[in-house]
Design a protein around this ligand. Structure first.
Ligand code: FAD
Length: 170
C-alpha cells in the first residue's frame, strides 16, 4: 500500500456550464472522501489542473474514470510518483476557480456562478474558493504569463497548487 501523488492537465469541454462544474466537484468530494483521496482541482473556465493523492490503486482507479470523462479532453499526465506525505490532506478535493486577466478565453460567467451569487454569501461552500491570480504568480512557475497547465513541469505544477492551497488556509 503506497501513497502516490498524480497531477494532470486537461481542457474543459466546450459544453460545460455552471451545473456541470458543480456536479464534477460534488462527485469528486463524495468519491474521494469515501476512498481517502485528497487533492486540489483548479479551473479557469478553459483548463483544468488537478492533483490526486492517496493509495496507489485507488488513485489509479479514479484517474482511469477521469480519463474517460467526456467533460474534458487532451488529458496530459504531468506528474506521478510515490510520496512520503500528502500536501493537500485537508481537502477531499479543494476547488480553486481561477480568474486572471491573463486568461483571454476564460468564461467569466462560469467562474462567477460557480461559487454562487453574492446573495449566497451566507451559504459558503466548503472546499471551494474563487481567486484572481496575477501574471507574476503564473510566471513564477511557467514560461508564459497565461495560465496554461500544459506548460508546467512536474515540480512547477505542484508548487503552483501549493501556492493556491494557501488561500484555503487563509
Ligand atoms: P458515472 O457517474 O456512473 O458516469 C458514467 C460515465 O458518464 C462516466 O464516464 C462519466 O465520466 C460520465 N459522466 C458523468 N456525468 C456526466 C455528465 N454530466 N456529462 C457527461 N458525461 C458524464 N471523480 C472522482 O471520483 N474524483 C475526482 O477527483 C474527480 N475529478 C474530476 C475532475 C475533472 C476535471 C472531471 C471532468 C471529472 C472528475 N471526476 C472525478 C469525475 C469522474 O470523471 C467520474 O465522472 C466520477 O468519478 C464517477 O465515475 P463513474 O464511473 O461512477 O461514472
Amino acid at each position: 500500500m503506497f501513497l502516490v501523488r498524480l497531477i494532470y492537465a486537461s481542457t474543459s469541454a466546450d459544453f460545460l456550464n455552471y451545473s456541470d462544474y458543480q456536479k464534477i466537484l460534488a462527485v469528486s468530494i463524495k468519491n474521494n472522501s469515501a476512498s481517502d483521496i485528497t487533492g486540489m482541482l483548479c479551473c479557469d473556465g478553459r483548463y483544468f489542473l488537478q492533483c490526486l493523492e492517496g493509495e496507489r490503486q485507488v488513485v489509479n482507479r479514479a484517474y482511469s474514470r477521469i480519463l474517460n470523462d467526456p467533460r474534458h479532453q487532451d488529458i496530459m499526465l504531468l506528474s506521478y510518483g510515490e510520496v512520503s506525505s500528502r500536501h493537500f490532506s485537508e481537502w477531499s478535493m479543494g476547488y480553486v476557480a481561477l480568474s486572471s486577466s491573463a486568461s483571454a478565453e476564460m468564461k467569466p460567467d462560469v467562474l462567477l456562478h460557480l461559487l454562487g451569487s453574492p446573495e449566497d454569501v451566507d451559504k459558503p461552500k466548503p472546499n471551494a474558493v474563487s481567486i484572481t491570480i496575477t501574471h507574476a504568480q503564473f510566471l513564477k512557475y511557467s514560461i508564459k504569463r497565461e495560465f496554461d497547465p500544459y506548460l508546467l513541469s512536474d515540480a512547477g505544477s505542484l508548487a503552483l497548487l501549493e501556492d493556491l492551497a494557501k488561500v484555503f488556509a487563509g
